[in-house]
Write a protein that binds this ligand. Structure first.
Ligand code: DQA
Length: 148
């Protein structure tokens, strides 16, 4: 059983990109931390970042075939634009938590709308890199409850 962590465009630049909004932690730091937690709990963690919408869509399509039971997803700017990624998540019907490092409600008004929030298990926004760890903790307790 695996948990898939998906990251959208520009998140490869974490650590140097607008640190006021996104902090100093790099995506590799986040990946390592999550892998350690998942491994301790006995789950495989698949981690992917892409700047290309179709790569994220293809990863979502493959997920059920690869034993993924839960997705943590920071769609980054695709949050506010992508009907295609929304449809991919609906197609595979895997539970997911939407994660944002910054508080999208405290920024430009176009960031307040998400194509994902209404179909997500839950949303974490504004807690920085810790948001991923909190999302993983929630995913693990749900998987344990469902004996998955
Ligand atoms: C983000 C918020 C989005 O509005 C933005 O486009 C990002 C990152 C976040 O993690 O805070 O790229 O998803």
């Amino acid at each position: 059983t695996a948990i898939l962590v998906l990251n959208g465009p520009n998140l490869n630049l974490l650590g140097t990109r607008e640190p006021g909004h996104y902090g100093q932690t790099t995506l590799i730091d986040i990946q390592r931390d999550l892998e350690q937690t998942a491994q301790t709990a006995g789950y495989r963690l698949d981690f992917l970042q892409s700047n290309a919408e179709y790569v994220l869509i293809d990863a979502i399509h493959r997920a059920p075939l690869e034993g993924v039971r839960f997705i943590l997803f920071n769609p980054a700017a695709f949050t506010h634009t992508s009907v295609a990624l929304r449809d991919a998540l609906l197609a595979v019907a895997l539970p997911f938590i939407e994660v944002h490092l910054s508080n999208v409600h405290a920024r430009e008004s176009f960031r307040a709308h998400s194509y994902f929030s209404d179909i997500a298990v839950g949303v974490i926004s504004g807690l920085g890199a810790e948001g991923y760890a909190l999302a993983l903790r929630a995913a693990l307790s749900r998987l344990a409850q469902n004996h998955m």
